[in-house]
Design a protein around this ligand. Structure first.
Ligand SMILES: [Zn+2]
Ligand SMILES: [Zn+2]
Length: 717
């Protein structure tokens, strides 16, 4: 046999080329068809047009010298390509199970992660074995581990390289300059040299995470590493998560690509080394995160971590949500949501050029995790769609019933397929979603920045989304806020929501999240959550939690005052077990009216605020980890106080909104790929109607303004 069919494996021979790791993303572009195989990161190398198979025969009488070897074909021809002889203590074709070691590079040497076409590194190779992976050592603050904060990324060593390998006991490492080191000598403790052993992870341990009080196992995010900084994944999880776009939709989180975590449903089995291991466990913003050191011995069979819920927001009717997640399967999203303490994950199907994702998961009816679907009703996943247009903008259609709202993209790349016409507007998608009982969110607000102005003016959106992607430390983008403020200043109330737009393992579900308060008379269901968002009883947060009331009324409320205005009583309460807080601020009509330093973990206060014209009021919370800059860590939806005779209106803001709608019209008229005439007329009407409604208000307010050439009108001349 020089070639084999799939599944027909030799039982006592191996191929003449050894298995090897596959080049990863740091390498050159891989051919498209190889993408899936590359995810395995391991190739057997015995499916080639010609393979020489190697047998190792033991001399049954080792004291006698061999005189000859005779081949007697049983069937067909036998090709003998080569023969060699040697002495080994163990069968020479058999390697031992995986080990780890630390390679210290010479001073001034730089680690080269590139592998050649045989999957081999330049700086470290094995003869009778293979290097599986090599990466610069993550250096964690192990001596102060329990006092440091979760998700903090390690330093990366410049000279120490963590190497995983599998080898025959008599193999040798080959280092630059022809230097070799026997594998057998690597294990020796206390020995100096360029390669040091890392304790093997060979103690099978059950890891449990339970809720304090009930002892019930709970889903969490988990990170474990050993004394060399090596990541210790559960046995059914990625040992090497892939941080690239659309390349890892398993249940991993790779913070900044280097701090690796996974999600477990409360219990998992893992292989740990003896000695100290460092655990990090978390479950959202209401439970105190844990960093803990555990000493593993041969007697360690089980490790139990207790988590304590310390902030009672959920008990008070608040539920958390991520409005924007892609690519995960619904059950994976359910696990990650539970592990992050996110009650509602909105998983959004979409189209990306010729690629359709999660479309088979959309059925317009199932809420995964609900009681009706066999879950416990505490963590929910619902598949919606993100409908996208690279110029006009994106719009997320959450939790709607019935048929999928398609096409999900229009107008060509980089969102749509080449040649797709612009046949439907964001505003029309939004209305369709509402007709199907969905919630409409403007994702990663305000970009792509164009037609959503018409959607907001038409009051077809329920929320604007503050987005995190993978950044745990960026906070709420002031640019998103200031653009949202323009619409509030003109009286268009939309809820603030938080969504991650997770598209890779570098983003954790719920990094930024929506808190929405369910009606106290209602049970928590997906339907109740939609109602809470529509009422704008929400806040967005990277960690701090809040309560805000204006005259006893929560965010999303409208309060009437007489023409003389008056004093509004603003009360607030804030708390955080993750990012430490620094200040709270009261935003009135887009400006900071009050600012007060707060304790890092919890605080409360109240302000009397004089209002002499219509005003929206919202609470902004700042905070930061000790080694990071201050961020806007949380922001509430507004309370709208209407003072009679002073409508919400800000001319400068209204003008930019109008210009944005004019931009959308200009795109339709000029470079947008044309749909048939009826569709074009229909879309034009939608945009001009939105434009007219705000434009009329502008003229009523007696505001002079300019237009772009496409929308000029005779009143100005
Ligand atoms: Zn988007
Ligand atoms: Zn998206």
């Amino acid at each position: 046999m020089f070639q084999r069919a799939w599944g027909e494996n030799p039982l006592a021979a191996v191929a003449d080329a050894k298995p090897h790791p596959l080049p990863d993303r740091s390498q050159d572009l891989n051919p498209n068809a190889a993408w899936g195989r590359i995810q395995t990161r391991a190739a057997s190398n015995d499916h080639r047009p010609w393979v020489n198979w190697l047998w190792a025969w033991k001399n049954p009488q080792p004291r006698k010298a061999l005189a000859a070897i005779r081949f007697e074909p049983v069937w067909g021809a036998v090709v003998v390509s080569a023969l060699t002889a040697g002495n080994t203590s163990a069968p020479p074709l058999r390697w031992e199970s995986r080990r780890k070691a630390m390679l210290t590079l010479p001073k001034a040497a730089r680690f080269d992660p590139a592998v050649d076409e045989k999957g081999q590194l330049k700086q470290i190779r094995l003869d009778m074995g293979q290097v599986i992976s090599a990466m610069p050592r993550p250096v964690y603050p192990d001596s102060t581990w329990a006092r440091t904060y979760n998700n903090r990324v390690p330093e990366i060593s410049q000279r120490e390289i963590l190497v995983e390998y599998t080898a025959h006991p008599e193999a040798r490492f080959h280092l630059p300059g022809g230097r070799t080191v026997p594998v057998a000598r690597v294990g020796a403790a206390g020995r100096s040299g360029p390669i040091q052993a890392v304790r093997p992870a060979d103690q099978r341990v059950t890891l449990r995470v339970v809720e304090k009080g009930t002892g019930r196992p709970v889903a969490v995010k988990l990170h474990v590493h050993g004394q060399a900084g090596e990541y210790l994944a559960p046995i059914d999880r990625h040992r090497i998560p892939n941080p690239d776009w659309f390349e890892d939709y398993s249940t991993d989180f790779a913070h900044q690509g280097i701090h690796w975590c996974t999600y477990i449903p409360g219990e998992t089995r893992t292989n740990l080394p003896l000695g100290r291991v460092y655990l990090e466990v978390s479950k959202g913003f209401e439970i105190r995160p844990v960093r803990q050191v555990v000493r593993v011995t041969r007697a360690t069979r089980q490790i139990t971590i207790e988590l304590e819920k310390v902030l009672p927001w959920r008990q008070q009717g608040w539920v958390s949500a991520d409005t924007h997640v892609h690519f995960l399967s619904p059950p994976t999203a359910l696990l990650e949501g539970a592990g992050e303490g996110v009650n509602v994950v909105n998983l959004l199907a979409s189209q990306w050029g010729e690629l359709m994702t999660n479309v088979g998961d959309f059925d317009g009816s199932t809420t995964f995790g609900s009681r009706e679907a066999g879950g416990d009703g505490e963590y929910l996943v619902r598949v919606g769609t993100e409908n996208r247009q690279h110029v006009l903008g994106h719009i997320s259609l959450l939790g709607y019933s019935g048929d999928i709202i398609a096409p999900m993209t229009t107008g060509g790349p980089d969102e749509s397929a080449i040649g797709d016409a612009v046949e439907v507007l964001l505003t029309e998608w939004a209305r369709q979603c509402k007709a199907q009982d969905g919630v409409v969110i403007l994702p990663h607000f305000p970009n792509p920045r164009s037609e959503h102005a018409a959607t907001l003016v038409s009051q077809a959106a329920d929320g604007v989304e503050m987005t995190a992607w993978g950044n745990l430390y960026g906070g709420i983008d002031p640019y998103s806020l200031s653009d949202w403020y323009r619409y509030l200043n003109c009286g268009y109330l939309t809820a603030a929501v938080g969504g991650t737009d997770k598209m890779s393992a570098t983003t954790a579900v719920g990094t930024v999240r929506t808190y929405a308060r369910i009606d106290p008379n209602e049970e928590f269901t997906y339907q109740a959550w939609k109602q809470a968002v529509r009422r704008a009883h929400t806040f967005v947060t990277y960690g701090p939690l809040m309560e805000l009331a204006v005259e006893g009324r929560p965010p999303g409320s409208r309060i009437q005052m007489s023409a003389t205005g008056g004093t509004a009583d603003v009360t607030w309460q804030v708390a955080s077990v993750t990012v430490p807080m620094s200040r709270v601020e009261l935003i009135v009509n887009g400006e900071i009216r009050r600012s007060q330093a707060v304790r890092p973990d919890q605080d409360a206060g109240h302000w009397p605020v004089k209002l002499d014209r219509s005003s929206w009021l919202a609470l902004l919370v700042r905070g930061h980890y000790y080694d990071k800059p201050e961020i806007i860590a949380a922001h509430s939806s507004p309370v709208m106080v209407e003072v009679a005779g002073t409508p919400f209106f800000a001319a400068a803001d209204a003008l930019t909104i109008l210009e944005q709608i004019e931009g959308a019209l200009a795109y339709l008229e000029t470079v947008g790929t044309r749909a048939e005439t009826a569709a074009r007329k229909r879309m034009r009407l939608v945009l001009t109607a939105a434009h007219r409604s705000l434009h009329n208000r502008m003229h009523q307010a007696g505001e002079y303004h300019r237009h772009t050439p496409t929308q000029d009108h005779p009143e100005h001349h």
